[in-house]
Design a binder for this molecule. Structure first.
Ligand SMILES: Nc1ncnc2c1ncn2[C@@H]1O[C@H](COP(=O)(O)OP(=O)(O)OP(=O)(O)O)[C@@H](O)[C@H]1O
Ligand SMILES: [Mg+2]
Length: 391
């Protein structure tokens, strides 16, 4: 917007040319926006430019047709903080949600559904709202308030055009986000395959070459034999690190499978990477007893524990247990490996810290039992709702 237009805007006057120019700017900005939140911000700002309204907002509908996210323009952050919450979709906004048609009012408080403003909310008079459709369903509502002199039929036309552009832009942004996620997942899969089939096999064959060379050494060359031996140990260490890295790279699909299938999948991945099959103690009916919102965090703790076992333990057996005991889910991952000084806080890396965070988020108790030479057991005890099994 140039200076002249901006001055006119401040006086509450905008020419049709200015408004059409603003609509053109919006179209250009939206065509280039590939990130969803930026796109939604642009839509709200454009709505103000196009109509000359003082306030604009976009309420994004969640699963239950309530407003799940709210993008706004015109109300300063202090006021937003004092109001304390975004609209939830009652009152007038509820009308727009239930009946997604354009609604234009000279005074929004005169509408029968108007439920009034919360304390600290600025007064708003004129109102223009419409719905934004994307992927064939109502994505949210775009609405404007407080245009000096009120909204007219042209505003109504323009906002509908803007809403249509918005719908297309939202579709583009969500699809491109999906594509980026897919690209990352593909890339992870590709890298882990290359590491597993390429680099690890290569290191293996170098190690075998060195072992073969050792058998050819004459008795008296014990210092060379020692050096070759420590090179082989180094290679084994590198292979262990790579296997653990592959294990972490695998896209995290386990949580969508549920607890028992998720644990089985993690155990299978562990076997591929560490060449030991963990034994499982997971009753098949456990899924019915574990709330779905616990599964992802619980599986992440199993994953971290297995990753540590693969990387540090040199275990010959690993056991995973997930059983319900009363109102708790008891989860344990045990290995018979080298163990470590579990009380030594300086040892804590990302893995153990992450487990602790997940446990706190679940309100669960986490214990790590380990001693050098005595293996490691990670136990997580998660409170779950008592099933109403007794009358
Ligand atoms: N199952 C295990 N067996 C032997 N040592 C372990 C085991 N689990 C953890 N440790 C020891 O505890 C340390 C901390 O583990 P933690 O998972 O926090 O970090 P990390 O595995 O070293 O690195 P990362 O941040 O990548 O997870 C490890 O470095 C290792 O010495
Ligand atoms: Mg770790």
């Amino acid at each position: 917007m140039d200076v002249r237009a901006r001055t006119a805007r401040l006086r509450g006057v905008t020419t049709l040319e200015d408004r059409l120019a603003a609509l053109g700017d919006a179209a250009r900005a939206l065509a280039g926006a590939l990130e969803l939140d930026t796109t939604l911000d642009t839509i709200v700002r454009s709505a103000v430019e196009v109509t000359g309204a003082r306030y604009a907002a976009l309420g994004v509908l969640g699963e239950d047709d309530h407003i799940a996210r709210f993008f706004h323009h015109g109300v300063d952050e202090d006021t937003v903080r004092r109001i304390g919450h975004y609209p939830t979709g009652k009152g007038l906004l509820g009308v727009l949600i239930r009946d997604p048609q354009t609604l234009r009012l000279d005074d929004l408080s005169s509408h029968p559904a108007a439920s009034g403003f919360p304390p600290d909310h600025p007064a708003m008079g004129s109102f223009l709202g419409t719905s934004v459709t994307s992927h064939g369903r109502t994505f949210g509502n775009l609405y404007l308030t407080d245009k000096p002199g009120g909204f007219d039929a042209v505003d109504e036309e323009l906002i509908e055009v803007l809403a249509a552009q918005a719908g297309a832009a939202i579709e583009t942004a969500t699809l491109s986000q999906r594509l980026r996620e897919l690209a990352v997942a593909d890339e992870r899969e590709r890298i882990s395959r290359e590491l597993h089939d390429g680099v690890i096999q290569w290191l293996f064959s170098i190690g075998m070459g060195l072992e073969a060379a050792r058998t050819l050494l004459p008795e008296e060359a014990s210092d060379i034999d020692e050096r070759l031996g420590s090179a082989v140990d180094g290679l084994d260490g590198a292979i262990r690190e790579l296997r653990a890295a592959i294990f972490r790279l695998r896209p995290q699909q386990a949580a969508s499978l549920g607890l028992s299938a998720g644990v089985t999948e993690l155990a299978r991945e562990y076997e591929v990477n560490a060449l030991i099959r963990p034994s499982l103690e997971v009753p098949p009916d456990i899924d019915a007893e574990v709330p779905i919102d616990v599964v992802a965090d619980a599986l992440q703790v199993v994953r971290e524990s297995l990753s540590n076992a693969a990387r540090h333990a040199q275990a010959s057996s690993v056991h995973i247990r997930a059983v319900r005991e009363g109102a708790r889910l008891e989860l344990a991952v045990r290995d018979d490996g080298v163990g470590f000084e579990a009380d030594d806080r300086s040892r804590v890396g990302h893995g153990l810290a992450n487990m602790r965070e997940r446990a706190d988020a679940l309100g669960a108790d986490l214990t790590i039992d380990s001693q050098p030479g005595a293996g490691t057991a990670v136990r997580l005890s998660i409170p779950i709702e008592q099933e109403a099994s007794t009358p």
